[in-house]
Write a protein that binds this ligand. Sequence first.
Ligand SMILES: NC(=O)C1=CN([C@@H]2O[C@H](COP(=O)(O)OP(=O)(O)OC[C@H]3O[C@@H](n4cnc5c(N)ncnc54)[C@H](OP(=O)(O)O)[C@@H]3O)[C@@H](O)[C@H]2O)C=CC1
Ligand SMILES: N[C@@H](CC=O)C(=O)O
Length: 426
Amino acid sequence: MNMKKIKIGLLGCGTVGSATYEILQMNADKIAQKTGVIIEVAQVFVRSMEKNYPVPKRLLTTNFQNMLDNPELEIIVELMGGIEPASTYMLQALKAKKHVVTANKAAVAAHYADLIQMSAENQVMLRFEASVAGGIPVLDALQAPLNSNEIEEVLGIVNGTTNYILTQMIESGKSYETALKLAQEKGFAEADPRADVEGIDSANKLSILLALAFDEIVPVETIPTSGISQLKSVDIKQAGDLGYKIKLLVRGKKMEGSLQASVQPMLVPKDHMLAAVSNEFNALLIRGNAVGDLLFYGRGAGGLPTASAAAGDIIEIANAIDKNAAFDTYVNKLSQSQLIFSGEGENAYYVRLTGQNRPGTLGHITSLFGKNDISIESVTQVAKDECASIVFIIHEIAREKLDRAIRKILNLDDVLSVDCILSVIT
Ligand SMILES: NC(=O)C1=CN([C@@H]2O[C@H](COP(=O)(O)OP(=O)(O)OC[C@H]3O[C@@H](n4cnc5c(N)ncnc54)[C@H](OP(=O)(O)O)[C@@H]3O)[C@@H](O)[C@H]2O)C=CC1
Ligand SMILES: N[C@@H](CC=O)C(=O)O
């Protein structure tokens, strides 16, 4: 049988780029057999011709314009990372009527509307399944299979590096620094790992999820975001003693005409599904008003799992080209919802503070919480010499209300410091 050959160009040949090349070689026969299409990597854009990449040297180029001008290349697969020049290259490729696949959540989140619009105007396909939760097909699921639902909530772990670090700290007693170094060596971390540990990578992914789940474009910089770099081992241990694991979670939730969203380390009860998600694995709970709760679980970082999603997008586009199908733009509608973005919403909280080790301290604090309508679920106190470490779990309230009460607590003579405040999943 004479099969159609579709030529593609890769931008970047690092962890994900080389794994994408590997999958397309390793599974070439299977892909051709299943789809009737041969996918050929015809050019690979890199920064240096001197470096050793796991692709034949004849494919390498350091000139992006060459790829743009190459009429044989029908699909551009952007796996370089960073907002620029990746975004500009993708927009140029779409304008040149080339289909685009990317794993780059930073670029997609920053230029979501422009990219969608450019693909729609030029009637070419744009796919970014690999940009959220690595190998887990969660963006596709939010399209056809779930579009009969109104999505009520998305909640989960979408950053492999931080989940790997927390798992290694909790289960293997590794230091934060050692665990981060290991995550980098394994190819999970971003080129600048601050994006992982400060929660920015999760916020980029959440912004994409909010667009697909709620038709709402929420700029990344407006999402309340905190990461794990400031977490102290004492809180990881204390949370463990109280029956929780700390996880970096993304949450988007529809509440009476408003949309709440946040990225933050949260205490997760040990019997919660998300508590069992370890190392570089990700998991996302999606709640639809018809289907109820769905849990998506799998490897969220690493070369082959991420490349599996990118290669899936390439094959989908190659199929559409082969069949002369209409080139849908995947998400061809831009924000149409009337939801008002209202910050992180209400949460239960873990509050650790240090007070004087003397009778009355605890009473003063609990009475101040009470006067501010804050209800306490549990209190744990550990006294050492002059000081006492006191941990409260308090029932759901708005963060601003908690912060107002904390300011008053800090004015009490017998309170020395408020050391840690973390949200708790209930
Ligand atoms: N690693 C993972 O687990 C996952 C990564 N992603 C995303 O996939 C993308 C790629 O990540 P990853 O493979 O880990 O990154 P790497 O740093 O391993 O690879 C990036 C590649 O792109 C090249 N590159 C970077 N900038 C330029 C530039 N300006 N011009 C030319 N080449 C450039 C690099 O070249 P050089 O070799 O010279 O440095 C390298 O070959 C990122 O968007 C990332 O967020 C998504 C999900 C998971
Ligand atoms: N650095 C990211 C890579 C995948 O998106 C992560 O750790 O999840």
